[in-house]
Design a protein around this ligand. Sequence first.
Ligand SMILES: [Zn+2]
Length: 449
Amino acid sequence: MLDNYITAELFNCQQFRLKSIEFNEEISSVQLTYSSQEKVSAVRCPDCGAGVYAQARDTYDLKDMPVFYGIAQTVRAEIHRYQCRDCGKVFTEELGLLRHPGTRITERAAIWLRGLLRFHIPISAISSFTGIRWNTICKIHREYMEEKLQQREKELLERKYKPRYLAIDEFAIHKGHTYATCVMDLEEGDVLWVGKGRSKEAFRTFFEEYDLSLLSEVKAVAMDMNASYHILVEEYLPQAKIVYDRYHMQAQFGKDVLGSVRLEEAKEHRKKSQEYKDALLQETDPVKRKELKTAAEEELHTYSTIKSSRWKLLMSGRKLKGNKAESLKQILSDHSRLALCYAMKEEMCELFELDDPDIAEEKWNAWFNAAKASKIPQLVKFAELKEKRMEGLISHAIYPISTGKLEGFNNKIKVAKRIGYGFRNDDYFFTLIKYLSLPSVRRRFHNFC
Ligand SMILES: [Zn+2]
């Protein structure tokens, strides 16, 4: 019955008929042997077209998908070896639809894999329960994804769609040792390009590989100010405005200015605490000893309060409530340098809410001047660096775009890493990232993550 089922359901249209089903001793693998029923009289020499002799039979092994749970399955095809009666050419019978082209797996296994891969199951897991090699699964997956990406490309082309707003950002691959650069269409959400590296020259590949005529409508491009992407955007997309990403700018302010000043202030309190402790060792008067001890403890307490105030300082003042707001207020009222940096941060966030470029220019200028006049080295340095990119900050008032959507896509990149864990092939991984950004996949994706 099993024999009939497998033959009838899966291979009936082929010249192959099931001959035997053999399990190994541990019942951990099974081999289905299929024998070709091809009629020798119907075969012609591919070179001269003459009739052939059947010389012998060859066997060809293909990995198959498991039909029995937990049992890896292989298909052994017994095929003919022919010799031409006329020119003597020796050739073997084609495997036809039995084999998926370019692989050593069955066509039905390829179809089954395509179905399985839609559910974002890690390649290594599929490989271990099918016995199919990692690279073969990637190949099948890539074929499938490229088909979907081409369909999408065709669909957008038919709609005469051209992206207007782009975001460029980098992300870490291979545990942070190497980076990749990603370009996203902010309106449709498609990742247009992913390439290895984050240098200017690495990014140039995008403009060399991508059809530039499709980018003729780009109005603005959001990016991190630190990267050198803007040079190439100016070169290849002169019509587009560069918009510096507010989140990168805020994060950098948080780290280089607020973070650095906060640590300096905190260390100052630790130093004072140590000074009181040192004095305590010399002191003999019990009243003064008690005072010194309390003072040392208080300084240490302030040290740890400031040290742990990172999030309070970074969060928007409007969002902070209750005890946390009180604690922040206390820290700021006791530390004027920190208070000034904090106020500058709050003000900077408001500058990103402006929608009139003239007002934005005026207010950014005022902000930079105030920052430079603060005499706080970290703040002065930050202002001097960012002032050079004023235009990209003002552009935000015209095109309030950011790389935020691309950052959000990072979760999908994490999933991509999980699917292709140990991805040895960057091209495969980059195709996977583009595929995960397709609207149809994004919709389905929400059901699994
Ligand atoms: Zn021949």
